[in-house]
Design a protein around this ligand. Structure first.
Ligand SMILES: Nc1ncnc2c1ncn2[C@@H]1O[C@H](COP(=O)(O)OP(=O)(O)OP(=O)(O)O)[C@@H](O)[C@H]1O
Length: 611
């Protein structure tokens, strides 16, 4: 905002902009910064009215220990320095809920209370519009909002300066520090003050993490020395240390389940024992012991032995390896995934295993359509030939392509035609005729397409597929990454022990959008395996743009809501951007800009209805 712009002129421009009139006289720029305009548009896209005053409130809220341990002393000191001055300090958690408010003169405190800027109130942008807390979280950077830059009218008497607090090791945003004053009391030094405090809090987070890691290591070494036959795991949300016996026994999904089991069982106690069923059906007797000191919990030590009543009995020497091999063999026969979507896919595939009719597999690029097709082939016809053709290559030499198709069908077994929707148009009639007569050889034809709706050069060819299954996009099945990752990682570590994902890495990956689906996940894990040099995969081994799920996804993310709205409109209008813009009531140029900002590739538009 231009500080010398008269208040009335700003008000007029604000009203004009919020009414959707973005046209400015040639050569003039908006008086409002791009960051603010972007944030306002996000608010408009979720249908928020500038006059609304509701603020979600949760009186019982969790006080995140790790954040408070690092931020508490810094805020204490700041509050003491600022005393009853004209500014207040606010601390919010990673969901933008205010968990602490300090300092400030009485009049400011009263104004903040009236506007409901107090502990327990929720300042995520989608609830409360452009503000120092929610907008800093959305923008992932320090954010200043003053006066009429606030989207909501009832916040316009304040200037807020918020900055995300990012954990220096995991990269996860753990909260927001904000300093707020009345507009008339805004001081130049507020922003440097916030930034210095943020730096200090983050360096305390670093020291705290190292101290906790040291405690985990000490306990881990001590327990490992006690018994070499017991599988030992020392872990917290960010770090996992495992003995060889534990590595052989556990999948990465088991680590996450053990962590959750230990947290649940320990409650406020220091030790617990119980049976835990691991993902391969093995049951272990586990003992979990809290690791920590009077400053808090650093993690948990889990010691495990196969349970006496384990389905496979106690393990003989080398038994873990046998068990793992058995589990791996059993797994390759099953389409992986624990999500509802994966379960539905498995059921649908099971129903068509013995169906001889042509089958269409639909889904976005990289979802695993060919993977499902080959899985089907292995289940029923693994001794017969498998022929895979790609219709995208049919325009190069249509005659030769068609001959290959015919000879595949003549050879029996399974014939997979990938990307049938990209068949050379002049081939459609011939392929249709082929599909009309059942193959003498009993060959089963499986084709893959993005969608069976809409116009495609394959024309009516798709009508000859009476059965179809949709392979769901990965973003609908984030939980499945725990099951997919070991296989994808295994593909890059043929003879070496495969590294595992740390639970926090798994959590981050599970929250991403994955426009390129399983293929994209495979590429990211391949990079991470190379970077990890054999150790377990942590955030820093991921490509930078995959280290933070909160700006790409999460139900609370406005960006996600916005992205879904755009994708939905584009899918409904079959990628026609003019029609999509009209449907959304925005200018086509805005639609293009949004697509760019939100990373929507116009060549890879989905054909589904996003959630
Ligand atoms: N369930 C799975 N388990 C392990 N790997 C998988 C799974 N699904 C897909 N993949 C891997 O993901 C990559 C993409 O899968 P696939 O080629 O089957 O996708 P697709 O949907 O046919 O893609 P496109 O339509 O873009 O050709 C492949 O490397 C495949 O091995």
């Amino acid at each position: 905002m231009h500080p010398d712009q008269p208040a009335t002129a700003l008000r007029t421009e604000r009203e004009r902009t919020l009414d959707g009139d973005t046209a400015l006289p040639v050569g003039t720029r908006s008086a409002f910064r791009d960051d603010i305009l972007t944030s306002w548009r996000r608010c408009q896209m979720v249908g928020m009215a500038p006059s609304s005053e509701d603020v979600p409130y949760r009186p019982e809220f969790e006080r995140p220990n790790r954040l408070l341990r690092a931020a508490g002393p810094v805020i204490d000191r700041l509050a003491e320095q600022m005393g009853s001055g004209p500014a207040s300090i606010l601390l919010a958690d990673s969901e933008a809920q205010i968990i602490d408010r300090r300092a400030g003169i009485r009049a400011l405190e009263e104004a903040l209370d009236r506007a409901m800027v107090a502990p327990g109130f929720h300042y995520a942008e989608e609830y409360t519009g452009t503000n120092g807390i929610g907008s800093a979280l959305e923008a992932r950077k320090p954010f200043v909002v003053s006066g009429s830059e606030h989207y909501r009218e009832n916040l316009q008497e304040f200037t807020c300066i918020g900055s995300p607090l990012r954990h220096p090791i995991s990269g996860v945003v753990e909260g927001v520090l904000d300093v707020t004053s009345r507009v008339s009391d805004t001081q130049e030094l507020m922003k440097p003050l916030v930034l210095a405090a943020v730096r200090e809090i983050e360096s305390r987070m670093y020291a705290d993490a190292s101290r906790r890691e040291q405690m985990l290591l000490e306990r881990f070494l001590r327990a490992g020395r006690r018994s070499s036959s017991t599988a030992v795991l020392s872990l917290n949300e960010d770090v996992v240390m495992a003995t060889t016996a534990a590595s052989a026994l556990l999948d990465m999904s088991d680590q996450a389940s053990l962590w959750e089991w230990a947290c649940r069982m320990l409650g406020t106690g220091d030790e617990c024992v119980g049976d835990v069923a691991l993902s391969g059906g093995v049951v272990v007797d586990a003992r979990a012991t809290r690791i920590g000191d009077r400053d808090g919990t650093a993690g948990v030590l889990v010691e495990m032995r196969p349970a006496a009543r384990s389905a496979r009995g106690s393990a003989p020497a080398g038994g873990h390896r046998v068990r793992r091999a058995r589990r791996a063999a059993a797994r390759s026969d099953v389409l992986p995934g624990r999500s509802v979507a994966a379960g539905r896919l498995r059921d649908e595939v099971e129903v068509v295993v013995d169906d001889e009719r042509p089958l269409l597999l639909c889904g976005e690029p990289g979802t695993g359509k060919l993977f499902v097709a080959t899985h089907l082939h292995r289940k029923r016809r693994h001794q017969d030939p498998l022929t895979v053709l790609d219709a995208r290559t049919s325009p190069d030499d249509p005659g030769a392509w068609f001959d290959r198709l015919v000879s595949g069908i003549d050879g029996g077994g399974t014939v997979v035609v990938r990307h049938l929707d990209q068949l050379a148009p002049e081939m459609a009639g011939r392929v249709e005729a082929l599909l009309e007569t059942p193959a003498r050889t009993g060959a089963r034809i499986v084709a893959t397409v993005r969608t069976r709706d809409g116009d495609s050069p394959a024309g009516r060819t798709l009508d000859h597929f009476p059965v179809s299954i949709t392979v769901p996009p990965l973003r609908y099945r984030g939980e499945d990454i725990a099951d997919l990752a070991p296989r994808l990682i295994g593909a890059h570590t043929a003879r070496r022990p495969a590294p595992r994902l740390l639970p926090s890495t798994l959590r981050t990956l599970s929250g991403l959008d994955w426009p390129g689906n399983v293929r994209e996940l495979g590429a990211v894990l391949a990079t991470a395996v190379t970077r990890s040099l054999g150790s377990d995969i942590a955030h820093e081994h991921l490509p930078a743009e995959y280290r933070d799920s909160s700006n790409r996804s999460g139900p609370a993310s406005l960006q996600r809501a916005e992205r879904d709205i755009l994708l939905e409109a584009l899918a409904e209008t079959h990628g026609n951007k003019l029609a999509a813009a009209e449907r959304l009531g925005i200018a086509r140029s805005t639609l293009y800009r949004k697509m760019r900002i939100l990373g929507i590739d116009e060549n890879r538009l989905p054909t589904f209805r996003p959630r």
